[in-house]
Write a protein of this length. Sequence first.
Length: 434
Amino acid sequence: MTTTAQCRSAKSTSANKTHLPGHPTSAFVPDLKAAFVDAKVGGIPTYRLTDGHGKLIEGVQEDSLKLGKEEAVRMYRTMLLLPTLDVILYASQRQGRVSFWMTSTGEEASIVGSAAALSDTDEVFAQYREFGVLLWRGYTVDNVMDQVFGTCDDPGRARQMPVHFGSAKHHFHTISSPLATQIPQAAGAAYALKRTPGRENDVVVCYFGEGAASEGDAHAGMNIAATLRCPVLFIVRNNGFAISTPAAEQYMGDGIASRGPGYGMPAIRVDGNDALAVRAAVSEARTRAIKEQRPMLIECMTYRVGHHSTSDDSSAYRSASAVENWKKVDNPLHRMASYLRDRAWWDDAMEEETKKAFRNEVVRAMGVAEKKKRPNLSSLFEDTWTKVPPILQDQRAELARLVDLYGKSEEWAKELPKYEDAGKDLEQWNRKKA
Ligand SMILES: Cc1ncc(C[n+]2csc(CCOP(=O)(O)OP(=O)(O)O)c2C)c(N)n1
Ligand SMILES: [Mg+2]
């Protein structure tokens, strides 16, 4: 006598598909060699619309770009502002005026091209090299300087080191240094977004580098986004390096795009130095993410021209001549400028004028920020708790005591006036005086 379970098992083993819950439609094969799969490195193509000189590739219809003069010029101007800020802030760090900076040089097309494809209310979770998205959304040079110099006008109240931008107004979540933490956060935010009435047409956008993609959090975030069908765009900037680790040592698969099918999400590899291709790819991914309610993976292939940060010297692990070469090949700024010039949307005079105006604006804003006060000392203890807990009350009282005790010493007397209220705001918390 046979049981029902035995019958089912007999039926499934004789069928030509697995029927098992882990994968109900996998075909059975008896050939051991054919049963192994191996990802073909380089098998995923790279989407591009313009060649290395900014000319549309044969067969690409200009109309299909849906890109008018105004937006194209705005894209290029935003791309140009990035290196202006980079050059001046990088030099300022060397002069000791700023403590830290990270450049975007070489990656302008990936950053601005993607920003241009988003809605201003899409929620952005960035790594640290994508603050160009904020510039695209209207964050001003003064806002940049308030953050970098930690002034009393910084909405983050000077609590983050430079580059760790955040702006609720611009739907840009505050950057945090530990790599990849933004990936599960983005998945969670996208899950919340799809359950929030009125946000049906928004997505979450999560930027990260190919290095961060090796973190465990990348797996956790992408898998949960796929299984819960979260509308999130994972935009990877594959810039060839994770500080000193070259991409060739970062992964053995076909870049990061190959992971899309592994998680069950559509993926595309894009020429990240082609602003028009990045814009088109992100725009399509965004439309699909909303319509299909699922995540999308976009891998932008680009090159980090600058050092990793002001704390790095990349000559220790790559040759200066390689960098010089990459500055010329497929240069994102040259390609975009040439596209505009070919349509008579841009010329030498505009280029000169814009660069000069940007330089003046950055230097002006820097001078203003440098003279501003820092937030007052009491602000250190505010915002996290509705009611300041006893342990922080004790610390605040201790700081008040120290300011009272040492405030007139030479060093403190020099420092305190740099803060709003010059430390006087703390007097009310000094228990000895109260
Ligand atoms: C969890 C964690 N590990 C290590 C670091 C140090 N670190 C900062 S940036 C970085 C490289 C990241 O490279 P990638 O993700 O490719 O971004 P890129 O800097 O190239 O834009 C490393 C290792 C860190 N910030 N957090
Ligand atoms: Mg990288």
